[in-house]
Design a protein around this ligand. Structure first.
Ligand SMILES: Cc1cc2nc3c(=O)[nH]c(=O)nc-3n(C[C@H](O)[C@H](O)[C@H](O)COP(=O)(O)O)c2cc1C
Length: 273
């Protein structure tokens, strides 16, 4: 019996030793490669040669575990690390972890978009509802209740996707002779106001390759992220949070989670001229 089902392979990009605890003590491992970006690039290139679809970078920005005997994993900022890797690879996709609990959606939209642009459309977002007390302590906050973290995630994902969709395909005129750089009517403000996060928008740069980074979300109801995009400019958006190119999407949660209480609403703030 034949089947057209395909296995999509992703590889965790952890540190210069690999992903396994104890890998730093393996034979032939140079202990000096811990933060060595050249080692990371070698791993990424090997994955690319091996037909892996994407590299996954988790993110736990805290010192945890038995650090006397084990390495601290995920020590690099995932987006900065992948920026270096993107310039040394050509096809492999990137799924970087970004917290909806501790990051502002505008920063998330900006940073992932930058990775997507400079990697020619290979970026994806593993949106996580960080609940680790050690991470929370590094941001000077207690761990919020689960319902609050998921409501914030729901709002943040909608805002990020709305920002990515707020620059229409044909906004970037770049007509030197006519002295017209951008068609301002093709930039749509976002004006989303949630309970925990908000953004006015619009986004600040053109949509590389006419797509936006992919995103995965922690169990947001299916309707929610697309509603936000639809309200901004669905007609011209190719798809909601999905890339036509290689950028993969990763699932950050396999189970159902608390349904967010409310969708962010439009504020009356208008776009700046
Ligand atoms: C595939 C997968 C990858 C995850 N990666 C991260 C990560 O890199 N960083 C992180 O803080 N949490 C990560 N998480 C944790 C979740 O975002 C979530 O916080 C955790 O599952 C606890 O569940 P809760 O937030 O519903 O309480 C990951 C979860 C899954 C299933």
């Amino acid at each position: 019996m034949t089947t057209d089902r395909k296995l999509v392979l992703g590889m965790g990009l952890i540190d210069g030793y690999g992903g396994l605890h104890g890998a730093w003590r393996a034979p032939h491992v140079d202990p000096g490669t811990y933060t060595d970006v050249d080692a990371t690039v070698r791993h990424a290139r090997a994955a690319e040669r091996g037909k892996f679809a994407f590299l996954f970078t988790p993110d736990f920005p805290a010192v945890r575990g038995d650090v006397e005997h084990s390495t601290i994993n995920n020590l690099m900022d995932p987006l900065i690390q992948l920026t270096a890797v993107a310039r040394e690879t050509t096809n492999i996709g990137f799924v970087a972890t970004g917290s909806t609990t501790f990051q502002e959606p505008f920063n998330t939209a900006r940073q992932f978009k930058a990775l997507d642009v400079l990697s020619h459309g290979r970026a994806g977002w593993n949106a996580v509802t960080t609940s680790d007390p050690a991470v929370a302590a590094n941001y000077g906050r207690p761990v919020a209740e689960r319902a609050e973290r998921y409501q914030r995630a729901h709002e943040a994902i909608q805002i990020v996707q709305a920002l990515w969709g707020s620059w229409q395909e044909d906004a970037w005129i770049k007509d030197q002779a006519a002295n017209r750089f951008i068609d301002p009517t093709r930039l749509q403000p976002v004006n989303l106001q949630g309970q925990y996060v908000a953004s006015r928008g619009p986004w600040r740069s053109h949509r590389r390759n006419r797509v936006s980074p992919s995103s995965s979300r922690p169990a947001a109801p299916a309707r929610t992220s697309c509603r936000s995009r639809a309200a901004t400019r669905a007609a011209s958006s190719p798809r909601c949070g999905r890339s036509r190119r290689r950028a993969p999407s990763a699932s950050s949660c396999g189970t159902r989670h608390a349904k967010p209480a409310a969708t962010p609403t439009r504020s009356s703030t208008s776009q700046a001229s």
